[in-house]
Structures are given as structure tokens and as C-alpha cells.
Design a protein around this ligand. Structure first.
Ligand SMILES: CC(C)(COP(=O)(O)OP(=O)(O)OC[C@H]1O[C@@H](n2cnc3c(N)ncnc32)[C@H](O)[C@@H]1OP(=O)(O)O)[C@@H](O)C(=O)NCCC(=O)NCCS
Length: 196
């Protein structure tokens, strides 16, 4: 037989993005991302500077992680195969079927639909492959981009916790968005073929 083997459809890609596991080669780009302090603030708060060795160690651990308790970290690539960001699930609880996640897209790659597609793939996997039933995400109230993203993705605003974030010398509220598996399925009917 000649020619490359046919890989078949990959669940983890859309026309714009592909989600894949971390490899040790992602250390350099991860180190560059760690230098963006506004990104850190949007995700949490400004962290102490990370050394290349720390980032290499962190990425090496991610590259070896297995999907045992539900928490998982993935790189978001664009259609050209360039890493543009990352998405990670956390607080995955198979008993209640609830989970949470965080994501970020590098500044120069924003507003191209990458976050929209990456979250869509993630939700389809947890809801329609792993039988989770509810996702919740906490967003800093001043994070206009993330609030708009989650509204566009059909999340419901579930609550607001006052003064939960401190960065840049001031407090911010935290807003919580949620979506059930049924709400997701109404917008994205299950399909054998993958996200499409
Ligand atoms: C929030 C973030 C992930 C969005 O990533 P992105 O790839 O630029 O988002 P998308 O291009 O998929 O945008 C999808 C929709 O979200 C909304 N949106 C995204 N960025 C926006 C912005 N800066 N202002 C207003 N709306 C925005 C829009 O409705 C957009 O659809 P449109 O472009 O058709 O109008 C990105 O800004 C980011 O990484 N920020 C820093 C880290 C962060 O805040 N992470 C989220 C923590 S909960």
C-alpha cells in the first residue's frame, strides 16, 4: 500500500482550531505567554516571574498527564498548526457530573473565533462523551471579553460574588456562568461525526 494512512475525522478539530495534548516542545511558547501580565490578571492576578526551568517542568508534567480524574490541559492550535492558547478543565467531579475550566488565547490571536470553537469542543467532549451534566465558569466581572464570550456561547449568568478578586490595587466581583448538558444539546445536537 502506498501513500499516507488516512487518519479519519478528528473529534478535536473545527475549521479554525484543533485541541491537542501538551508536548515538551510547548515550553517556549508557554514561557512567552507567561510574560503577559494582563493575561495573568484576567485569569487570576499577577504572579511572580516564572523561570524557563519552572515552565519546562510544568509543561513536562502536562505532557505526561493522563485523563484519570477528569481534569485535563490542552493546547489550542489554529488551522496553520500554530499554538494560539490553552484550555484546562478543573474541579471535575464525576459523581455530580460537574466541571469547570479556564482558557486563554494569546493577545495577537484574539477575535478570530478560537476561544468560541475551543470551548465548544471541550463542552461537547465532557457532555456528550463523558456524560458530565453541568459546567460552571467564574469570570472577573471587569473581563469584558470573557463575559461577552460566555454570553455568546449560551451560558446563563448564575450569580455574582462581591469583592472576590484583588489585582491592580483594587477589588473586583466574580461572576459565575453555567450551562447544562441539555442547554448545550439544544444548540449543538449530538453527532457521531464530531463537532463539525
Ligand atoms: C476571553 C478570551 C479567551 C476570548 O478569546 P478569543 O479567541 O479572542 O474569543 P473569540 O474570538 O472566540 O470571540 C467569541 C466572541 O466572544 C466575544 N468577545 C471576545 N472578545 C471580546 C472583546 N474583547 N470584546 C467584546 N466581545 C468579545 C464576542 O462576542 C466574540 O464574537 P465576535 O468576534 O463574533 O463578536 C481572550 O480574550 C483571552 O484569552 N483573554 C485573556 C484570558 C481570559 O480572560 N480568559 C478567560 C478567563 S475566564
Amino acid at each position: 500500500m502506498t501513500g499516507a494512512p488516512h487518519a479519519g475525522p478528528n473529534f478535536w478539530q473545527t475549521a479554525r482550531v484543533r485541541l491537542r495534548a501538551f508536548t515538551t516542545e510547548d515550553a517556549e511558547v508557554s514561557f512567552l505567554w507567561s510574560l503577559d501580565s494582563q493575561r495573568a490578571r484576567d485569569l487570576e492576578h499577577v504572579w511572580p516571574p516564572a523561570s524557563r526551568e519552572q515552565v519546562e517542568h510544568w509543561v513536562a508534567r502536562k505532557a505526561r498527564q493522563s485523563f484519570e480524574n477528569g481534569d485535563f490541559d490542552m493546547v489550542i492550535e489554529n488551522a496553520a498548526g500554530t499554538p494560539v492558547g490553552a484550555i484546562s478543565t478543573h474541579r471535575c467531579d464525576p459523581r455530580t457530573g460537574t466541571f469547570s475550566y479556564a482558557l486563554d488565547i494569546a493577545r495577537e490571536h484574539r477575535r478570530r473565533g478560537y476561544a468560541h470553537d475551543a470551548v465548544g469542543l471541550l463542552l461537547r467532549f465532557y457532555f456528550q462523551e463523558c456524560r458530565y451534566q453541568k459546567v460552571t465558569v467564574s469570570v472577573h466581572a471587569d473581563n469584558v471579553a470573557s463575559v461577552a464570550l460566555h454570553e455568546k456561547l449560551g451560558f446563563v449568568l448564575e450569580g455574582r460574588l462581591r469583592r472576590m478578586v484583588y489585582t491592580g490595587g483594587r477589588f473586583q466581583d466574580e461572576v459565575w456562568f453555567g450551562q447544562t448538558a441539555e442547554e448545550f444539546a439544544a444548540r449543538h445536537p449530538p453527532s457521531q461525526a464530531g463537532p463539525g
